[in-house]
Design a protein around this ligand. Structure first.
Ligand SMILES: C[S@@+](CC[C@H](N)C(=O)[O-])C[C@H]1O[C@@H](n2cnc3c(N)ncnc32)[C@H](O)[C@@H]1O
Ligand code: SF4
Length: 433
C-alpha cells in the first residue's frame, strides 16, 4: 500500500473521491429564506463635468462652464446613456441603495435640468428608497434649487468648502469666501432631514497651522452633519502641479506640518460631538454615507456620464474621459466605455483591506471572515504585531485604531495589503500612485 506523503495517511484502495460540491452538505445550515431570489440592490454614480471656475488643486474631470447650452447638451447625452444601459439590461425592479451626483459642480444645474435627469432615472431604475447625494459648491444654489432637489428625492448634500480662510481660498482660485460658505450652510440647514456634509482639504497650498486650525474650528461650529477631510495631493493634472514644474512659488505646507494640522483636527473632533465614521470623515449624529459604505464594500454601482467609475459583478470600469468622444458614442448608441478590470479574488481581498478594514468604523472582523472565510488578524499576525507595537492599533486580534492609527489609516491598509500579497503571491499591481 502506498503511503500518502501529503495527507500523512494511506493512499485509498477505492476510487470514491467524487466531489459534486464544496463544502459537503453536512456543513450547510437549514435556511428556507427566499431572499436569494430577490434582486441585489445597486448604486448609481452620475458625473457632471462643469464648474464656475477651475480650482488650482482640483484633479477631477471638469471644465469651466461657457454656456447653459453646454449643460443642456450634456444632459441630453446623459439621459440617452441611462436609456442605453436600460435597453441592455432591465434594472427597473432592482432597488437602488444610493445615488451620487458628483462633479464638477452639479448644483450649477437649473431645476429643470436636474428634473430631467431624475425623471429619466425613474424610468429605468427603482430609486424610491435611495440615499440621494448631490455635490454642491457654496453660492451656486438658492432656495428654489434646494426645493427642487428635495422634491426629487435628494436627502444628502455634499459641499466643497476646502478652507475657511479667505486668503487660502483665493490662492486656490476659489470664487467663494468664508461668509458665502456660512450663508450656503445656513440655507441648507433650514430644511429638516437634509444631511449636510462639507469637504475640507488638509495641507492645502497657503495653509498654516493658524489658518487650518481656524478652518477646523469653523467647520465644527457650523454644526453640519458630517465633515470630510481630504489630504491635499498635487496630482499631475492640477494647476498647482503645473506651477510647481515651472518653479512658480507655491507655498505648500510640509508633510510634517500636514500631520500636525490633522492632529489638531482629530483632537478638536474628539472634544466635540463628532464621531469618526471613516478615518477621514466624521459625523455628528451617527449618520453614515450609504454610497461609500456600499461601494467600498464592493456592491454594484452603475456609472453614468463622462469619466465616471462603476463596478458590476466584480468588473470595475470607467467611461471615456473625453467629452466629444462621450457624446459621439451616445449618438451612435454605443456605450461610452473606456477601461475595465476584472477583480480576482485576491484583488477583492486587497481592496477590502485597503478600503474597508483600515478605514470604515462600521467594519467588523466577522464581516471579513464571513466574506472570505479566514481571519486576517491570524493570517497577518506579523503585520498586526508590528502595527500594535508601533501604536497604530490597540491589540492584535482586531483592528481597533488608536488616534495615530486614524491619522495613518491608509498606511495601515497598505501594511496589511502588502503582507497579504507577500503570503499569497506577489502581483504586478503597485500600491502607490
Ligand atoms: C469632485 S470635488 C467636488 C467638490 C465641489 N465641486 C466643490 O465645490 O469643491 C470633491 C472633493 O475632492 C477634493 N479634492 C479635489 N482636489 C483634490 C486634491 N488635489 N487632493 C485631495 N482632494 C481633492 C475636494 O475636497 C473636493 O471637495
Ligand atoms: S473642487 Fe469643485 S469647484 Fe473646484 S474645480 Fe474641482 S469640482 Fe470644480
Amino acid at each position: 500500500m502506498l503511503k500518502n506523503e501529503v495527507f500523512g495517511g494511506q493512499a485509498p484502495e477505492t476510487r470514491e473521491e467524487f466531489y459534486t460540491n464544496y463544502p459537503l452538505y453536512r456543513y450547510w445550515s437549514v435556511n428556507k429564506s427566499d431572499d436569494l431570489f430577490s434582486s441585489t440592490p445597486i448604486n448609481i454614480y452620475i458625473h457632471i463635468p462643469f464648474c464656475v471656475q477651475i480650482c488650482e488643486f482640483c484633479y477631477y474631470r471638469t471644465e469651466k462652464i461657457k454656456s447653459q447650452n453646454d449643460i443642456d447638451n450634456y444632459i441630453e447625452s446623459l439621459c440617452k446613456e441611462i436609456a442605453l444601459v436600460g435597453s441592455r439590461k432591465n434594472y427597473s425592479n432592482t432597488p437602488v441603495n444610493s445615488i451620487y451626483i458628483g462633479g464638477g459642480t452639479p448644483s450649477l444645474l437649473k431645476p429643470k435640468q436636474f428634473q430631467k435627469i431624475v425623471d429619466t432615472l425613474r424610468k429605468f431604475h427603482d430609486i424610491s428608497s435611495a440615499e440621494f447625494t448631490l455635490e454642491t459648491a457654496a453660492g451656486t444654489f438658492n432656495k428654489e434649487k434646494i426645493e427642487s432637489y428635495l422634491e426629487n428625492g435628494v436627502n444628502r448634500i455634499s459641499m466643497g468648502v476646502q478652507s475657511f480662510d479667505d486668503k487660502v481660498l483665493r490662492m486656490s482660485n476659489r470664487t467663494h469666501v468664508q461668509k458665502l460658505v456660512f450663508n450656503s450652510i445656513e440655507l441648507l440647514q433650514d430644511y429638516n432631514g437634509l444631511v449636510v456634509n462639507i469637504d475640507i482639504l488638509s495641507g492645502l497650498v497657503g495653509d498654516t497651522y493658524k489658518s487650518f486650525s481656524h478652518t477646523v474650528e469653523e467647520a465644527i461650529k457650523s454644526k453640519v452633519d458630517a465633515i470630510t477631510f481630504y489630504k491635499f495631493k498635487t496630482y499631475a493634472n492640477t494647476a498647482f502641479y503645473q506651477k510647481s514644474l515651472r518653479n512658480d512659488k507655491i507655498e505648500l505646507p510640509t508633510e510634517q506640518q500636514e500631520i500636525e494640522f490633522m492632529e489638531f483636527a482629530l483632537e478638536s473632533l474628539k472634544a466635540s460631538e463628532y464621531d469618526m465614521w471613516t478615518t477621514f470623515a466624521f459625523t455628528r449624529n451617527g449618520y453614515k454615507h450609504t454610497y461609500i459604505e456600499k461601494t467600498w464594500r464592493g456592491d454594484d454601482c452603475i456609472a453614468y456620464g463622462v469619466s465616471s467609475f462603476g463596478s458590476l459583478s466584480g468588473m470595475s470600469y470607467q467611461n471615456t474621459n473625453d467629452l466629444t468622444n462621450y457624446t459621439d458614442c451616445i449618438n451612435k448608441n454605443v456605450l461610452p466605455l473606456y477601461r475595465q478590470h476584472k477583480l480576482s479574488l485576491k484583488d477583492m481581498i486587497v481592496k477590502e483591506l485597503l478600503l474597508c478594514v483600515a478605514r470604515l468604523k462600521s467594519y467588523e472582523k466577522t464581516e471579513f471572515v464571513n466574506k472570505f472565510g479566514f481571519d486576517y488578524c491570524e493570517f497577518l499576525s506579523k503585520e498586526m504585531e508590528y502595527l500594535c507595537a508601533n501604536g497604530f492599533i490597540h491589540n492584535t486580534n482586531d483592528l481597533e485604531l488608536t488616534t495615530k492609527g486614524i491619522l495613518f489609516g491608509d498606511y495601515i491598509g497598505k501594511v496589511l495589503a502588502e503582507g497579504f500579497k507577500e503570503k499569497v503571491g506577489r502581483d504586478k499591481y503597485q500600491l502607490l500612485y
